[in-house]
Design a protein around this ligand. Structure first.
Ligand code: PLP
Length: 368
């Protein structure tokens, strides 16, 4: 959709990356790191200064005990952390539970690892709440892991503590690992709180907590992320990571350590700016007749267009909107297996307020 948006001169509300600058402190820190010659390989599992900063952040923000030497692997983005963790832990024949809808990388990661994805549907009618009976049915003797993503791309759901507890109990019963993608952990609204499943006492040894710098600091092109886990799991992930990429870009790792020292006011501002963008887009989409879920986290709005158009598929609707209104969004079915999401499209609001306002203006004629 990003390529098509460029071709049709459309406002790109499809792919989740900012069109605004990252913090100046980060640019300066990256330039300084290059100037100071952090230009060769770092320790393969991450520059010590960054691993220390990540461990401190894990202890304070995520409430997970971590040591920079023993429990952290720095990777090329959250993307690499997830695939390396799955490669390290899953064996051919294992099953990996994937919640549906999901971010599209988890299933290819499982397949590359030789594991079989087993889908667990979150009901759209029920605002994607986790159903106790369904999840109990999904776990079985072959289950080696489950992927969790909170806040959730594409719907903005923030998992409740009782849902996390349910997943934790089943992971314990079946000796399974939770791969927890928490990349949107700082982007929250309406008083929502981020809880890391790895902070639940029974989950310390069986969670790989994954996050990164792309979204929180608006540096999706830097490709720096990380995994935090027990010593045993970390050692396995370190080895895979070494063979897959050797290491993340060294000067940018140094700059990311600086990012983790930004004051609380940075995160407050991040949230209030995103909240303004969220409410601007949400009210426009609802005004033109899309039924939307108000996200509690992340930077996406999940919408249902069936009230406007009962005949088109998600792809047909998105393509028409792209060509007629010149606004790009992602067809909903790309987040599901087996045909669900065919009446949905996902919009991102990770854009300047002017960009969102321009999109809102263009969408005014969507009904007609
Ligand atoms: C849920 C989720 N995980 C991971 C990523 C990719 O993160 P990174 O840039 O750190 O590889 C994205 C990007 O959109 C995402 O939405």
């Amino acid at each position: 959709m990003t390529r098509l948006a460029a071709k049709h001169d459309a406002v790109n509300l499809a792919q989740g990356f900012p069109d605004f600058a990252c913090p100046k402190e980060l640019k300066d820190a990256a330039a300084k790191a290059i100037d100071e010659d952090f230009n060769q390989y770092s320790v393969t599992w991450g520059a010590p200064i960054l691993r220390e900063a990540i461990a401190k952040k894990a202890r304070i923000y995520n409430k997970i005990e971590a040591d920079g030497d023993k429990n952290v692997v720095v990777t090329c983005g959250t993307t690499e952390a997830m695939v390396c963790a799955q490669l390290a832990i899953l064996d051919p024949g294992d099953e990996l539970i994937v919640l549906d809808p999901h971010y599209e990388n988890y299933v290819p990661d499982a397949i590359i690892s030789g594991a079989k994805p087993r889908y667990l549907e979150l009901a759209q009618e029920n605002e994607f709440a986790l159903d106790e009976e369904e999840i109990k049915r999904a776990f079985n003797s072959k289950t080696r892991g489950i992927v969790l993503n909170t806040p959730l791309n594409p719907t903005g759901k923030v998992f409740e503590k009782k849902e996390l507890k349910l997943i934790a109990d089943l992971c314990n019963d079946y000796d399974a690992v939770c791969f927890s993608d928490e990349i949107y952990e700082y982007i929250l609204y309406d008083g929502a709180k981020h809880v890391s499943i790895g902070s639940l006492p029974s989950m310390r040894e069986r969670t790989v907590t994954i996050s990164g710098f792309s979204k929180t600091y608006s540096v999706t092109g830097w490709r720096v992320g990380y995994a935090t886990a027990s010593v045993r799991l970390t050692n396995a992930i370190k080895k895979v990571h070494d063979f897959v990429t050797v290491g993340a870009p060294h000067p940018l790792q140094i700059a990311c350590a600086k990012a983790l020292s930004l004051p609380d006011s940075y995160y407050e501002r991040l949230r209030s700016d995103y909240d303004q963008r969220r409410m601007t887009l949400l009210s426009s989409l609802e005004e033109v007749g899309l039924r939307c879920i108000k996200p509690r986290g992340a930077y996406y709005i999940w919408s249902d267009f069936s009230g406007l158009d009962s005949k088109s598929t998600d792809t047909e609707f998105a393509m028409r909107m792209l060509k007629r209104n010149r606004v790009a969004a992602v067809p909903g079915s790309s987040f599901f297996q087996g045909g669900r999401g065919s009446k949905n499209i996902r919009f991102t609001f990770s854009k300047k307020i002017e960009t969102i306002e321009e999109a809102c203006l263009r969408l005014k004629s969507l009904q007609r």
